[in-house]
Design a protein around this ligand. Structure first.
Ligand SMILES: *[C@@H]1O[C@H](CO)[C@@H](O)[C@H](O)[C@H]1NC(C)=O
Length: 476
């Protein structure tokens, strides 16, 4: 009984952490047919060409007979036990004809941020129906609390070009060994293999840390979103969709038809438990057979009156899509979203959900999604209001510059006093004032727990230059 309880405890811990394992797919092994330009492994009568200036390490798993081999200037062959090369003298029938030149693939541009090169090998969470849970594109490459696996007995080369100062991970497995501390990783980086396996300006950082929140953690790849999408889409771009005004889920490269439900959460929210609830109660119903769901914590940019950026808050984003075509596109997803919002209205408090919003784009909704239009009208109103405000300010500034408008002497005097009294080396005269309307704090209750590095960079404090106030004149 005790051990059963222990096991349950461990399972629960795993569930809370939502441990995700992502495995790098391509390798630079000698025996991988796709690594050769003729799509086959060299045979005895072939001439083998490695590009002269490409740094490579190539894992060789078995013995080979070769006629001729051109090696790169810098690189290495990693020989498995029993592997090796012998020269072919032509004295026996190699069984592969007269031979040809085979060139080794260029692995230089295989990017860490290419979702197509990663495979999710997470231990399947008990109730996850195969193929029904998907990830938005930014979460298809390793996230900051993920474990990364390079398969044993493989060589590889990864381009780490990144816009993030460091690419955080929980652990990296190499050669069947898990490195999950900064020290172990530093030691590996100092070794001979790392420079041939990893190149580019990004830096991997192994933290050993799991996501500390039951509500999940944001992936952390937003800064490289453009890289992820460029790798994924290439020149082809996004496919045409059967719905007008497709939704743009955060972290996803292309628009989708279906529904996006956004949840504000309290510290009680448990992402894994909520996902299990949705799967059990709805996603597994026959009527939702074609619906797929992505659910994760994302940072949603906040705006002031729908226009000016003011930091971001963590929210739970649920993306629902279905395979429907034409008019039917997105209708099953919309129905499921409606069910979820109804459930939250009833049980939200107990689930740790403080509010929910729903956006829908289906093949039959002409010109957009519920709620979206009203929001757009408000935004348009705000733009007009601000524009007229700017015009008035501009007019005042113009008149003032022309000397037709003098600022009130009393106010000038007070400002000068403040500037002189200020002990700080940057007096008032420098930057203007902080607008209290643009205070980027406070985030909602659920965000208090967030680790600082998990917060997306907040908008810098905003300053106004007061057009009525010219410091060079007042200092005199
Ligand atoms: C790496 O180089 C790219 C341009 O190729 C640049 O945009 C990015 O900021 C650089 N990243 C780092 C961490 O220096």
């Amino acid at each position: 009984m005790g051990s059963l309880l222990f096991l349950l405890g461990v399972l629960q811990l795993l569930a809370a952490a939502r441990a995700a394992y992502k495995q790098w797919i391509p390798n630079t092994n000698f025996e991988t047919a796709s690594n050769w330009d003729k799509e086959r492994v060299p045979c005895a009568s072939d001439v083998i060409h490695f590009e002269k200036n490409k740094v490579l390490s190539v894992f060789v798993g078995s013995p080979h007979v070769v006629t001729e081999m051109f090696l790169p200037l810098n690189g290495e062959l990693l020989l498995a036990p029993g592997a090796g090369f012998a020269a072919f003298d032509g004295s026996w029938d190699s069984g592969c004809g007269s031979g040809t030149v085979l060139r080794f693939a260029d692995a230089e541009q295989r990017s860490w941020f290419d979702p197509a090169l990663w495979q999710d090998v997470s231990p399947a969470g008990g109730q996850e129906p195969a193929g029904r849970i998907f990830s938005v594109d930014e979460e298809r490459v390793p996230c900051q609390y993920d474990d990364v696996i390079f398969q044993p007995e493989t060589s590889f080369r990864v381009n780490l070009d990144s816009s993030q100062p460091v690419i955080r991970l929980r652990s990296i497995s190499l050669m069947g060994q898990e490195l999950s501390s900064a020290e172990a990783w530093a030691e590996y980086l100092g070794g001979p293999l790392a420079p041939r396996q990893f190149h580019g300006n990004g830096t991997l950082q192994v933290t050993g840390a799991r996501c500390p929140h039951s509500s999940g953690c944001a992936c952390g790849n937003t800064q490289d979103g453009h890289r992820i999408c460029a790798s994924l889409l290439g020149a082809a771009g996004c496919p045409a969709l059967p719905c007008q005004s497709p939704l743009r889920p955060l972290g996803h490269c292309c628009g989708v038809c279906g529904a996006v439900v956004t949840l504000d959460f309290t510290p009680d929210f448990d992402l894994q438990k909520y996902q299990d609830r949705v799967v059990q109660a709805w996603l597994s119903l026959p009527k939702y057979e074609g619906v797929q769901m992505a659910i994760s914590k994302v940072h949603s940019a906040q705006t002031f009156l729908g226009l000016l950026p003011r930091g971001s808050v963590p929210v739970i984003q649920i993306v629902l899509v279905d395979g429907g075509a034409g008019e039917q596109a997105g209708t099953a997803a919309q129905q499921l979203a409606t069910d979820l919002v109804g459930d939250i209205a009833q049980h939200g408090a107990a689930l740790g959900i403080s509010s929910s919003r729903m956006e829908v784009a289906t093949g039959s909704t002409l010109g957009g999604h519920a709620g979206g239009r009203a929001a757009r009208r408000i935004a348009a109103g705000t733009v007009l209001g601000l524009l007229s405000g700017l015009l008035v300010l501009g007019g005042i500034l113009f008149l003032y510059r022309k000397g037709k408008l003098r600022p009130c002497p009393l106010r000038l005097h007070r400002l000068r006093d403040q500037a002189e009294d200020a002990a700080s080396p940057e007096p008032v005269s420098d930057k203007g004032f902080d607008n209290p309307m643009f205070d980027v704090e406070p985030l909602d209750a659920g965000s208090v727990e967030e680790a600082p590095q998990e917060l997306a960079p907040q908008a810098p404090p905003m300053f106004y230059l007061n057009p009525l106030y010219d410091p060079s004149e007042t200092e005199t």
